[in-house]
Design a protein around this ligand. Structure first.
Ligand SMILES: *[C@@H]1O[C@H](CO)[C@@H](O)[C@H](O)[C@H]1NC(C)=O
Length: 341
């Protein structure tokens, strides 16, 4: 017996050893290098206005949210508003002009994706310009089931260096980090984190293709120390309101509603301009320049060029670089380089 049982024991223990090495997190967001890194020490390439997908002038992305995730984008930003049916929807400033559907549908897409990808950590940044009651967001998260993945920090706000590692987020099955720009309330909904308690952001609505700045735009007067930061690396261009036909606008909100809103001079509102009225210049995402804007490095205005400026100013890499048209250029390759591998 004994001569057999020792090798058997050895074999059995080897098997256990094997299992335990397999179950220890070996890849985090596709990279072993990221497992031991704190969340606050990782650079994510993000999809700006991720839900506005299509080929109209108002759209920011060319591929679906699921396709963005499949292409290794792990940070999704989107804006939500209440539409005329009282549904919390992903609308581009105005639900009359561009309503990309209920927030719940978007959250369900993400839930399905996370279910299928157990080694991935994802971040959602929701903008809540209308300051809709946080409880309505909570309802949407719960009805999609996505709340079960959401990370709740042990303290609000969590200190910059107190963030868990990706491996810890994965093993605790809290693989979704949710931020909101305005209206978060950790006392009511503890897993929706107040963006500006954690981050500063560089300016948006940029018209300068060289992105020759990395200044702090929001929150006003913020100090960089102790904060993560978002670089808004997406380029807009000016068009004249009279140049856009109502049928060009939006994907779902076009047609009658588009005509009405277009007739009211609502286009300026769609693109977030302060001045309104026919003939005004309005800003739209610059699709034609997306390849150069989203280039990994090299040219002026590339991701690498702006990030270099940021690193010079703040002594560390950005945590998020938000892009329009993530399918163009080399955002994902840049993500690897910015994380140092
Ligand atoms: C992570 O830490 C390293 C070492 O301090 C630093 O060089 C890098 O810029 C940091 N990255 C981020 C996103 O904070």
């Amino acid at each position: 017996m004994i001569p057999f049982s020792i090798p058997l024991l050895l074999l059995v223990s080897l098997c256990f050893l094997n299992i335990s090495t397999i179950s220890a997190q070996s890849l985090c967001n596709g990279h072993a290098e990221l497992c031991s890194r704190k969340y606050s020490n990782i650079t994510f390439i993000g999809a700006h206005d991720s839900a506005f997908v299509g080929d109209s002038p108002a759209d920011n992305q060319g591929i679906s949210v699921a396709a963005q995730l499949d292409s290794r984008i792990r940070f999704l930003q989107s804006q939500a508003h209440i539409n005329s049916f009282k549904t919390l929807s992903l609308c581009h400033t105005s639900c009359f002009l561009n309503d990309a559907g209920p927030l719940t549908t978007f959250l369900s897409t993400i839930k399905t994706w996370l279910d299928k990808h157990p080694d991935e950590v994802l971040t959602l940044l929701l903008t809540n310009g209308d300051r809709t009651d946080i409880k309505q967001y909570d309802t949407a998260f719960k009805s999609s089931g996505l709340n079960k993945y959401a990370y709740t920090p042990p303290a609000h706000p969590l200190r910059f260096d107190a963030w868990p590692t990706l491996a810890q987020l994965i093993s605790s099955k809290t693989r979704l980090v949710v931020f909101m720009d305005y209206g978060a309330n950790s006392a009511t909904v503890p897993y929706i984190l107040d963006e500006f308690a954690y981050f500063f952001e560089t300016p948006f609505n940029t018209l300068d293709p060289t992105f020759n700045q990395c200044s702090i735009d929001r929150p006003p007067g913020a100090k960089p120390d102790g904060r993560m930061y978002v670089v808004n690396h997406f380029l807009d261009k000016k068009i004249t309101e009279g140049d856009v036909k109502p049928e060009d606008i939006g994907t779902k909100g076009k047609g009658m509603l588009g005509d009405i809103a277009g007739g009211l001079g609502g286009l300026g509102g769609l693109f977030g301009r302060k001045k309104r009225g026919l003939g005004d210049d309005i800003l739209v995402p610059d699709r034609e320049k997306a390849k150069e804007t989203n280039a990994k490095g090299g040219g002026k205005g590339s991701i690498g060029a702006q990030v270099g400026k940021c690193e010079g100013l703040y002594g560390r890499m950005p945590n998020v670089v938000l892009l329009d048209f993530v399918e163009e250029g080399q955002g994902v390759a840049a993500q690897r380089v910015l994380n140092g591998f």
